[in-house]
Every structure is written in structure tokens, then in C-alpha cells.
Design a protein around this ligand. Structure first.
Ligand code: NDP
Length: 338
């Protein structure tokens, strides 16, 4: 890969200097859903003087939004009152809610904003052709989106345009991205298809591989007779420190300048466990994602009542690491640190 240095495809980083928040200042923002992203994006936007109302069913999230000082109305009312509509309900329920509560109330002066390319790219929602449809995506959970914003910081994100009816969709996507806080850090432009492909790839090839890798490392040590504390401490616990290092310094520095022994072993054995055939399997995973195969599987799973998901959840919650994790968590709190 070293020969690729200097030849990689690169994106422009857009920042607040590229955006005009004024474009959405006089247009009420309807945040649909007050969960992970909803609570964060709504508060970040309100902090910048934008006029935000929340659309939510009467549920615990509605109560939370009222507690945070927002006006909460049913989703169809929020769509009618808002002009910029942020779709912040889970991807898997968006199609049904769109059909009954959102789509029928849309008019040409609405701007429809998604935080994921999922529903539109895979054809689960077909937005009407008379309005701008854009994307503004933070790359992490809402709690961090809000926490960083409140501390005066930002996080990386993406923005994009699916449909530009007014000729202003690109600028509107930048304005919304500034509102939710991602331009403080910087955002790159993407398409709905690329956003969802890369995101699902990270979740399957990346996150899924990491879960399996950590559990297997733990299991091999325990199987060989080491205590759960030692196995956990050298696998799961250490990963926290590597992650923290990567947040503070370039990846190369973080992995190349540990103790010489650790660095030698880590860098010379990278291909022994994660062998080259993983690359081919990752390529196949990406191809399956782009072909919509994983989304089709997920849709069928939901129709069946999520038996596989529920079984996987049970298995991971019942994994023996949970025993030792409790102790580590207790010690973490008791020692006032990590
Ligand atoms: P959440 O699961 O946190 O959303 C919960 C909200 O959706 C609540 O307000 C809930 O209301 C509402 N909701 C759930 N089901 C329904 C339903 N059937 N009808 C009406 N409202 C419903 O979602 P996220 O914030 O995680 O995701 C929102 C969007 O942001 C998605 O497109 C996602 O891909 C994207 N995104 C998420 C990220 C993340 O890390 N979470 C990161 C980047 C993008 P109640 O329960 O009160 O009914």
C-alpha cells in the first residue's frame, strides 16, 4: 500500500466558513425523533438560534424533549409546521412512518434531511420529486455529537444532495451541517449510496470483525488456562488504550512506538492472524452491501420478528466476559479513572 501514498483519492473538507446558517434561520426546523441523534441535533441547532420543534409520538422521548425545553407535537403536525425536516427516527421504521405521517404533508417549500443514505438509496423511501432532499451525517452516536458541541468542539461528518429542486440543495446541506455541529470539525461531500456503503461496510467488515477478534482472543486465553482477569485485561481493556492513543496521535505513531518488543511482535505478526484472504472476504462483503443483499436480509429478518438478532443479543450478553467486566467497571469507578 506504501506505493499508493500521495495518489489516494482525496475529499475536500468543508468547514463553517463554507456555510451560511442564514439559509435556515427563518425556516422552522422539525426534528422527527428525539433519540440518539434527535436530542443532540435539536439542541445543537437551538444553541445557534434556530427555531426547532420536535415531532414525536407520545412516549418517553417526548417527555425527555419537553424536559429539555422543546415544544413537542405529533409527527404530522411537526412536518406541517417545519420547513426543514430532519428524519431522525430509526432507519428501519422510517419507511412506514414516512408513508403515513410525513410524505402526505410535504410541500415544495420543505427540505427533507436524512442522517443516513439507507432508506432512500435502497428504495425503501421514494421522496416526492418536488422538493430538495439532502444528507447531513455525524459519524458517531448522538451523545458524543452533543457533548462535543457543548464543549465547543465538533466531530467529523458527511453531507450530500440526493435531489436539488431549488438549486440551493448543496448550500442547504452545508447550512444544516453547520447547525448540527459537524462543520466545526469538517465534513466531506458524499452521495447517499456512498455514505450507506461505507457505513455498512464499517459495521460489517470493521466492527463485526473487531467483535469476533476480541472475543476469540479472550476465549483462546481462557481455554489455555489463564484467568478471566488476565484474558480480559490483555484484550478488551488494552484496546481502550490503543483507541485513546489513536484519538491523540497518528495511527502509525500509536502502534510503531510502544516498547521495542511489543512493537516488533505487533508489526511483524500482523498477517499471521488476520491473513490475506480477509481482504478478499472484505471485498465480497462490500459487493454484497452495494448489491443490497444485506439490506434485503435485514428486511426479511425484521418481517420474521428479528429471531436471529434476538439470539445474537442473548449470546453476547451471556458471554463469560460479562462476569469479569463487572469487576473492571467497579475498579474503574473505585479508582476514579480508566
Ligand atoms: P434512535 O433509535 O435513537 O431513534 C429513536 C427515536 O425514534 C425516538 O424519538 C423514538 O420515539 C422514535 N421512533 C422509534 N420508532 C418509531 C416509530 N415507529 N414511529 C415514530 N417514531 C419512532 O435513532 P438514531 O438517532 O440512532 O438514528 C436516527 C437516524 O440517524 C438514522 O437514520 C440513523 O442511521 C442516523 N444516524 C445514527 C447514528 C447513531 O450513532 N445513532 C450516527 C449517524 C447517523 P419513541 O420511542 O418515543 O416512539
Amino acid at each position: 500500500m506504501a506505493e499508493a501514498k500521495g495518489k489516494l483519492k482525496r475529499d475536500r473538507f468543508y468547514t463553517e466558513e463554507d456555510a451560511d446558517l442564514g439559509l435556515i434561520k427563518d425556516r422552522p426546523i422539525a426534528v422527527l425523533g428525539y433519540g440518539s441523534q434527535g436530542h443532540a441535533q435539536a439542541q445543537n441547532m437551538r444553541d445557534q438560534g434556530l427555531d426547532v420543534i420536535i415531532g414525536n409520538v407520545e412516549d418517553r422521548f417526548a417527555e425527555q424533549a419537553r424536559g429539555d425545553g422543546f415544544e413537542v407535537v405529533p409527527i404530522p403536525d411537526a412536518v406541517q409546521r417545519g420547513r426543514v425536516i430532519l428524519m431522525l427516527i430509526p432507519d428501519e421504521v422510517q419507511p412506514a412512518v414516512f408513508k403515513t405521517d410525513i410524505g402526505p404533508h410535504l410541500t415544495p417549500d420543505h427540505t427533507l434531511v436524512f442522517a443516513s443514505g439507507y432508506a432512500v438509496h435502497f428504495g425503501l423511501i421514494t421522496p416526492p420529486d418536488f422538493l430538495d432532499v439532502i444528507l447531513s451525517v455525524p459519524t458517531c452516536v448522538g451523545a458524543i455529537v452533543r457533548e462535543r458541541y457543548a464543549r465547543g468542539q465538533g466531530i467529523f461528518g458527511h453531507f450530500g444532495v440526493y435531489q436539488d429542486v431549488t438549486g440551493q440543495a448543496h448550500d442547504l446541506a452545508l447550512a444544516v451541517s453547520m447547525g448540527i455541529g459537524i462543520l466545526r470539525f469538517g465534513a466531506t461531500e458524499t452521495t447517499f449510496g456512498d455514505e450507506v456503503a461505507v457505513n455498512l461496510f464499517a459495521e460489517t467488515a470493521g466492527l463485526s470483525g473487531m467483535i469476533k477478534y476480541l472475543l476469540t482472543a479472550f476465549e483462546v486465553l481462557v481455554e489455555a488456562g489463564f484467568s478471566a482477569e488476565k484474558a480480559y485485561g490483555e484484550t478488551f481493556y488494552e484496546i481502550q488504550f490503543l483507541t485513546e492513543s489513536i484519538c491523540r496521535m497518528p495511527f502509525g505513531q500509536a502502534v510503531a512506538f510502544g516498547s521495542p518488543t511489543a512493537t516488533y511482535l505487533a508489526l511483524t505478526k500482523t498477517g499471521d492472524v488476520v491473513t490475506e484472504d480477509v481482504r478478499e472476504r472484505m471485498r465480497q462483503m462490500l459487493a454484497r452491501i452495494k448489491a443490497g443483499e444485506l439490506v434485503r436480509d435485514w428486511n426479511l429478518e425484521q418481517l420474521a420478528g428479528c429471531p436471529v438478532l434476538n439470539q445474537c443479543r442473548r449470546e453476547i450478553l451471556e458471554h463469560p466476559i460479562s462476569e469479569v467486566e463487572e469487576l473492571f467497571l467497579e475498579r474503574k469507578l473505585a479508582s476514579g479513572g480508566v
